[in-house]
Design a protein around this ligand. Structure first.
Ligand code: DON
Length: 586
């Protein structure tokens, strides 16, 4: 097991901050050559494209956040420490999904090959009940479900980070939060992509004065190149730095959250916040062509569906079909269709139901599913009486590996882009709208897209079903790669395709990340392929097989880290789909 060096608190607290500030000034962070044996850490390597480094690597949707994590690694922190620091930094520099007011999952693989998973998914408040998304007339209200104070789940991120740090971190806590405090308090320059994203979100925030105040200059959009400061967020982060989880779940921040809940008719109380506990869980594990797949169990559906699909696909000669060929897309689509049907029918928070995980991830079940698949004919998704709700596309994933080979895969979210759009007045952070991941209400399943099956109905303290799929691949006892993605339900299929690109097609990690992806989720019975993902002839061939297929848009973001088995170097691969993405290592 790891025996990381715990730096002296004073030094450990200052070191990453100093390195980070030096980096912000654009100065060489360190003059020591690569591979220095002098005790001085190697220089940082970083950039928007793939990066190689000997000792540690972070890849995320935002280059500034990746640098924060890499500096923690370089200062002696382990991968859990770096993941926490990256997560806090993303809450500042990637506000659409980075968060302290949301929740997520962290999968960890230790250097000895053992693994664990942290579940810091939001919970339903104690006052939740299955009919809570009905309006005063007893009608289902999409607005209440997805776009209201009632849609806010009890946040999990801060408690999850604090507990992961307590159990597996090696670095002084303050050194993990300070870089984010600096970014929030001193501000940072807005990129074109971020200024644009914030500007576009302003309309959806009009109802919430604290949100407009945080994300604009008195209602006027920020522009690229302006320095954006978030003083209230800096103070909330300071309370987290100084008091750990209590700095969020008790005292001032808790009071501010509850006041906002009372103002807007939300359900979260001080008791809900005080009671929130993250859970350590046993990862879902699968075996695919000699690779070990380690991923997230319920309350995510991600790991289960991923392993189920890999098991089905293991029986086909995908390499012979060719990457993204008509036959390949057809066979994957058929595997996706079946895994998403099982997801809808069976998966939910396992603390409240008993999803048949063993069966769903067994080779025998996969064989039965495989036997149903016809090589040249699409099956038809049969809704019986079930269709699926639309899910938003904002979340973020990042990947970290340290010098000991400890690997951390984190996906966390506010659910929709900018979550509920509600900034806590005085707190400076956004609240999630994760309650929208619960089913609409009992018996509400209908052909228009509502789902009301039992296991994933809202109940006090239940966690809503997720698709987030933070995943780690290993082979012969050695780490291979750390992957994951945002994208609602497309997450599971994006991760599946990166895994196949690596394991079946032997792609370089940056190719595996960049390759075009596609998605099918059982219902609606539609196959969506990324823009320019295949030739028009191949698309027509899929339609001739019975698929309803179209090419549009972009799917997911899979910043990954790969361990090169030949050189032992780590390769960080940001996703070229992310305009501000970056990898940083040393
Ligand atoms: O937990 C889930 O699966 C969703 N709330 C995630 C939302 C999401 O990925 C949006 N992402 N880009």
């Amino acid at each position: 097991m790891l025996t990381p060096t715990r730096l002296r608190p004073g030094l450990s607290r200052l070191f990453p901050v100093l390195l980070f500030l030096i980096g912000l000034l654009g100065l060489p962070a360190c003059e020591a050559p690569q591979g220095s044996a002098s005790g001085v850490p190697d220089a940082l390597v970083e950039g928007p494209g793939p990066q190689r480094a000997a000792n540690g690597m972070v890849a995320s949707v935002n280059a500034i956040a990746s640098r924060v994590g890499a500096e923690v690694l370089r200062g002696g922190g382990n991968a859990v420490d770096a993941a926490i620091a990256t997560g806090f930094a993303l809450a500042v520099v990637h506000p659409s999904a980075g968060n302290i007011g949301g929740g997520g999952f962290m999968v960890i693989r230790f250097p000895d090959g053992t693994s664990t998973a942290w579940d810091f998914r939001e919970k339903a408040p104690l006052a939740a009940h299955p009919e809570m998304f009905l309006d005063e007339n007893g009608e289902y209200s999409r607005e209440v479900h997805h776009n209201s104070h009632v849609a806010v789940g009890v946040p999990g991120t801060v408690a999850g980070f604090a507990m992961a740090h307590e159990k597996y971190g090696s670095f002084d806590w303050t050194g993990l939060v300070d870089p984010a405090i600096g970014l929030a308090g001193d501000g940072f320059e807005l990129s074109e992509a971020l200024a644009g994203s914030i500007g576009r979100s302003l309309r959806s925030m009009e109802r919430y004065p604290a949100s407009v105040a945080k994300f604009s200059k008195d209602g006027e959009a920020y522009e690229q190149g302006e320095v954006w400061k978030q003083p209230d967020l800096a103070r909330s982060l300071e309370r987290i730095r100084d008091q750990g989880r209590d700095g969020f779940y008790l005292g001032e921040t808790a009071r501010l959250i509850v006041e906002e809940m009372e103002r807007g008719g939300g359900l979260i109380t001080e008791e809900d916040l005080a009671r929130y506990q993250p859970q350590e869980r046993t990862p879902i594990r699968g075996a695919f062509k000699g690779y070990e797949v380690i991923s997230m169990p319920p309350p995510s559906s991600g790991g289960t569906a991923l392993v189920q699909m890999l098991n089905v696909l293991e029986g086909f000669d995908l390499a012979a079909m060719g990457h993204n060929s008509t036959a390949y897309v057809h066979h994957l689509t058929e595997a996706m269709r079946r895994a998403f049907r099982d997801r809808a029918l069976h998966l939910a928070d396992a603390d409240f139901s008993d999803p048949p995980l063993e069966r769903l991830t067994s080779k025998a079940y996969a064989e039965a599913l495989r036997a149903e698949i016809q090589p040249e004919k699409a099956s038809v998704s049969s809704p019986t009486d079930i269709t699926l709700p639309v899910e938003s596309l904002e979340t973020t994933h990042y990947s970290v590996v340290d010098s000991q080979g400890m690997a951390v895969s984190v996906t966390y979210t506010l659910e929709a882009g900018y979550g509920s759009k509600i900034v806590v007045p005085g707190g400076g952070f956004l609240l999630n709208n994760e309650m929208g991941d619960f089913n609409a209400g009992p018996g509400l399943t209908n052909a228009r897209g509502l789902i009301g099956t039992e296991p994933n109905l809202a109940r006090p303290e239940q966690r809503m079903l997720s698709s987030m799929t933070p995943t780690i691949l290993a082979k012969d006892g050695k780490l291979v790669a750390v992957v994951g993605s945002p994208g609602g339900r497309t997450i599971i299929n994006s991760v599946l395709q990166v895994v196949l690109n690596l394991t079946v097609f032997d792609m370089e990690i940056h190719e595996a990340v960049a390759a075009k992806r596609f998605h099918h989720q059982w219902l609606p019975d539609a196959l969506r392929i990324e823009e320019d993902g295949m030739t028009p002839e191949a698309l027509s061939a899929l339609e001739a097989m019975g698929h309803t297929a179209r090419m549009a848009g972009s799917q997911g973001s899979t910043p990954s880290v790969f361990l090169d088995p030949e050189t032992g170097e780590l390769i960080g691969a940001p996703d070229p789909r992310d305009r501000d993405g970056g990898a940083a290592g040393y």
